[in-house]
Design a protein around this ligand. Structure first.
Ligand code: DQA
Length: 139
């Protein structure tokens, strides 16, 4: 199985960014933790971009046979384009947020993606990515 992990804007800043919400781990730490957890059980493919168009172009290459863990970060709350790319490819995905978006500002409570996600994991830090991978590995 191949699992693709896509992280959106500012997640390349993990480790330097609002540690109260995002912890002190870096994106590289997160990717290593997930790789160690998954081991040989799946092939992992990582992508991070700050620009919405780059994420859309990347998502367009996925198919219904892929499995996607997606933290679209701020674009979760704004991007109909990402929603449409996900609908177009029909890629099964789990939406992940490191922080508990429901305990934060109201504008973070709205997601354009959740309604078409297999599931949504919020507030578990890096563990949320591991839980999403486990979901696909058990399926
Ligand atoms: C985030 C939550 C978003 O509201 C925020 O814009 C992010 C990160 C999270 O992982 O908690 O950049 O997706």
């Amino acid at each position: 199985m191949k699992i693709t992990v896509v992280n959106g804007p500012n997640l390349n800043m993990l480790g330097k960014r609002e540690s109260g919400f995002y912890g002190t781990f870096t994106l590289a730490d997160l990717e290593k933790k997930l790789s160690d957890h998954v081991g040989a059980r799946a092939e992992l493919n990582f992508f991070q971009a700050n620009a919405e168009g780059d994420i859309i172009t990347f998502l367009q290459k996925l198919t219904a046979d892929d499995r996607l863990i997606l933290n679209a970060a701020s674009l979760t709350h704004t991007s109909i384009g990402i929603r449409d790319a996900l609908s177009a490819t029909q890629v099964p995905f789990v939406e992940v947020h490191i922080s508990n978006v429901y305990a934060r500002e109201e504008f973070r409570h709205q997601s354009y993606l959740s309604a078409i996600a297999r599931g949504v994991i919020v507030g578990l830090g890096a563990e949320g990515y591991l839980a999403a991978a486990d979901y696909f590995l058990r399926g």
